[in-house]
Design a protein around this ligand. Structure first.
Ligand code: MEV
Length: 450
């Protein structure tokens, strides 16, 4: 039977839940109860979250953790991170502590240019279109004054607009390629509003341009949209120390560690299969801070991976070298972030995250986020090239396994003690808990027995 429904969005939240529970669940009462269990008791707070998107039925939790001891450009930070991956925050905190004892991280914003394009089809010669564009170019700036006035007051606005001829790749295809400075906002709404106004001006001016034939006057705008590829919105994060101070663990020679670390980075520079995983580790840190600070992680992900392929082959975002006995590890990433607008003034936990970071401006946030990515990458490579990743990862995953087994608080305490010196695996934890329960059946939670 079809489960199609019309007018779903008009139903109340209760009605939506009722319909879904009945249509899709074998136990509708349990499904509805679970969805409602995640509602916030504070009705106003719940309404705020309900209104972020369409058809909200409940909240979906992600833990918000913090990684302390980050020193960036001489200033101390505790970094909020929203993520579900068990080892990410611990790894960031470990790397932060390691580097804070060695001068901390340095970060620099290289540039902050954002990009938007009007994609259109013109049936005529490119010379004629260029002449038209040169004549009407000032009108794009004049005609967007009402949109740009506030941004200009803040020192931003439209930087430039150029005409790009893409006809070699697609018949009749041209672009208005515009660059923007959006200051402390990510700028998506600002840029898209400007672009849609450009497209109106383009069509009107083409119609009125006496040099155009009737066919040429019919400029066809296909779409107007910002680009999430921002190769001129780059931040660099770096950590360095004498090789001799790379005493990452007792028993591991710093020279040997540095050499293995450099080789691991080199492999990620030349081998796409490894580069993707290497960069995924960087994004573990970047995304967690991007989410906690209310920024658009999909935009960041898309832009970062495009940047990682800018030379024609996907490669590492981070690099490392040893020169004159100094180990340097750095990355450069494109990050279009905002500290005003969007969720930043709406989501209470996002506001809290910004305050925890000292209410950074967009440049400072770019630096913090890039450092979180570099720290994460350092922690991953350190584990991978020494103990292997599973030791730390499974230790952090232990709690998830214990929760799956409905372990009691006592069992968790015992298990954490036991697995400090034993390898964590699903079956090892299972057997250990079984064994505990054989000795002390009273520790088994009631709901586990039912
Ligand atoms: C796991 O989420 C991330 C790592 O795979 C990153 C890496 O391999 O560098 C550990």
């Amino acid at each position: 039977m079809s489960k199609a429904i019309s007018g779903f969005s008009k139903l109340s939240k209760e009605e939506k839940i009722g319909w879904i529970a009945n249509e899709y669940f074998s136990n509708p009462e349990a499904a509805a109860a679970l969805l409602k269990k995640y509602w916030n008791a504070d009705a106003a707070l719940q309404q705020l979250h309900d209104e972020f998107i369409e058809n909200t039925i409940t909240n979906f939790y992600l833990p918000l953790g913090v990684a302390p001891n980050f020193t960036i450009n001489g200033r101390d930070y505790i970094i909020p991170m929203a993520t579900e991956e068990s080892s990410v925050v611990a790894a960031a905190a470990k790397a932060a502590k390691f580097w804070s004892a060695r001068g901390g991280f340095k970060a620099t914003v290289i540039n902050t240019e954002k990009i938007g394009q009007v994609h259109f089809i013109f049936n005529g010669t490119s010379e004629k279109l260029q002449a038209f564009f040169d004549t009407v170019k000032p009108k794009f700036f004049e005609g967007t004054q009402s949109i740009t006035a506030n941004m200009q007051k803040r020192g931003g606005g439209i930087l430039d607009i150029t005409l790009r001829d893409k006809t070699a790749e697609l018949h009749g295809y041209y672009q208005l390629h515009a660059t923007f400075d959006t200051k402390n906002s990510m700028g998506a709404n600002f840029i898209n509003s400007c672009l849609e106004q450009f497209s109106r001006i383009l069509k009107e001016e083409a119609l009125a341009y006496a040099e155009f034939t009737e066919t040429e006057k019919q400029v066809q705008v296909v779409m107007s949209i910002l680009s999430n590829y921002v190769p001129n919105c780059i931040v660099r994060a770096e950590a360095s120390c004498p090789v001799a101070e790379l005493n990452v663990d007792s028993g591991i020679d710093p020279q040997e560690f540095a050499s293995k670390f450099l080789t691991a980075v080199r492999i990620a520079e030349i081998e796409p299969y490894r580069a993707v995983t290497h960069n995924k580790g960087i994004m573990n840190g970047i995304d967690a801070v991007v989410v906690a600070t209310g920024n658009d992680f999909r935009a960041v992900e898309a832009g970062v991976h495009a940047y990682a392929s800018r030379n024609g082959q996907y490669g590492s975002l981070s690099h490392a070298k040893v020169e004159n006995g100094i180990f340097t590890f750095w990355l450069e990433v494109p990050l279009a972030l905002g500290t005003v607008g969007g969720l930043t003034s709406l989501h209470p936990l996002v506001k809290l995250s910004h305050e925890m970071l000292g209410n950074p401006n967009a440049d400072e946030l770019m630096q913090i986020v890039a450092v979180a990515g570099l720290a994460q990458n350092f922690a991953a490579l350190r584990s991978l090239t020494t103990t292997g990743i599973q030791q730390g990862h499974m230790k952090m995953h232990l709690m998830n396994i214990l929760n799956q087994l409905h372990a009691t608080e006592n069992e968790k305490l015992e298990a954490v003690k036991h697995f400090q010196n034993n390898n964590v695996s699903h079956s090892a934890v299972h057997s250990y808990i079984d064994q505990l329960r054989k000795f002390d059946p009273t520790t088994i939670e009631k709901d586990f027995l039912q």
